[in-house]
Design a protein around this ligand. Structure first.
Ligand SMILES: [Zn+2]
Length: 316
């Protein structure tokens, strides 16, 4: 069920007058990629999208844990298994990503985390967490998830790592509490961000089209707003879209994102799409969204002047 589509089409085209913003390039469906595109290219691109997404979403998830209905413990790294990839690209994944046929491996380590301090690296294998072994049998994935979940509930988790060279060591990880709203990249030629009410999904075309991380954070935070407010249960409307926009600014401000900068993007934009940028009456016009952003921004700036900090800012 796709309930909340971020109308980025109009946003991007409205912004194309600005020299700083990229033009939308004609969309090339994945199936019509140039013939010389290899699985290797696709895999590298997928990795790059995932790295950017996790870097942008991490502050939103961690700084806003208190506002989210459900939380998880975030160890600062992400894992994957060879079985996570389609059978056709597994041989390539094995070589490129350092995935052995069995086991749980580190896909990515975020900077500024205890995992990065402890020098965990993509390609390292997780052997055990708090002395509970990780099974290399794919059938044990539910058990493995429980080991990770319980292991990261601790203030200090001891993660046994095996490097690709075979060296084993105990990493001391201090997990952080984060919103339990997973963000994922899906390959699609549609410029679209949406949520099913639980996960936030960004298409590869959207990731390519959104000019910088602050504006990507705005799109993600808008979808997180829908999840937090439970909008998936309600019929889509302009009021819910505007509410998600206001919530997005709050989530961004608490995370240290430059909300005034995010709005500069809207100020630069012409507003040629009054009456619905997506041609869909459930979506407010660009102008209505802009004015809604502006009024929420002045509330946030006023709050900051009064309290000197944004970390306890709440939704209106
Ligand atoms: Zn929306």
């Amino acid at each position: 069920m796709t309930v909340s589509t971020f109308a980025i089409f109009g946003v991007i085209s409205a912004c194309s007058e600005s020299a700083a913003a990229p033009q939308i390039t004609p969309e090339v469906p994945v199936t019509e990629r140039p013939d010389n595109t290899t699985f290797e290219d696709v895999l590298a691109e997928y990795q790059a999208f995932n790295q950017r997404l996790s870097r942008v979403v991490a502050p939103l998830r961690i700084a806003n844990a208190a506002l989210c209905p459900d939380t998880v413990r975030d160890p600062g790294f992400y894992t994957h298994r060879l079985e996570d990839y389609p059978a056709s690209i597994r041989p390539m994944a094995e070589i490129m990503l350092g995935l052995e046929s069995k086991g749980l491996f580190i896909r990515e380590v975020r900077s500024d985390t205890s995992a990065a301090e402890q020098r965990l690296e993509p390609g390292d294998q997780i052997v055990a967490v708090n002395e509970n072994p990780i099974s290399s049998d794919p059938i044990m994935s539910t058990y493995n998830e429980a080991v990770l979940r319980n292991g990261f509930d601790s203030v200090l988790s001891k993660v046994k790592i095996r490097t690709p060279e075979g060296r084993e060591y105990l990493a001391r990880i201090r997990p952080q509490t984060a919103c339990d709203i997973p963000a994922k990249v899906v390959f699609s030629e549609q410029v679209n961000g949406h949520t099913d009410g639980r996960d936030v999904l960004m298409t590869s075309a959207l990731m390519t089209s959104v000019p910088d991380d602050t504006n990507l954070a705005l799109v993600i935070a808008h979808e997180m707003g829908h999840v937090i407010a439970g909008h998936a249960e309600k019929p889509q409307s302009q009021a819910l879209e505007l509410e998600a926009d206001r919530m997005a600014l709050v989530l961004m401000a608490r995370s240290g994102y430059d909300v005034n900068g995010a709005l500069t993007y809207w100020e630069r934009a012409a507003h040629p799409h009054e009456g619905g940028v997506s041609g869909d009456s459930s979506h407010p016009s660009t102008l209505a969204r802009y004015e809604n952003f502006q009024s929420e921004l002045s509330r946030i700036n006023k709050y900051q002047r009064k309290s000197g900090s944004l970390k306890d800012l709440n939704f209106e």
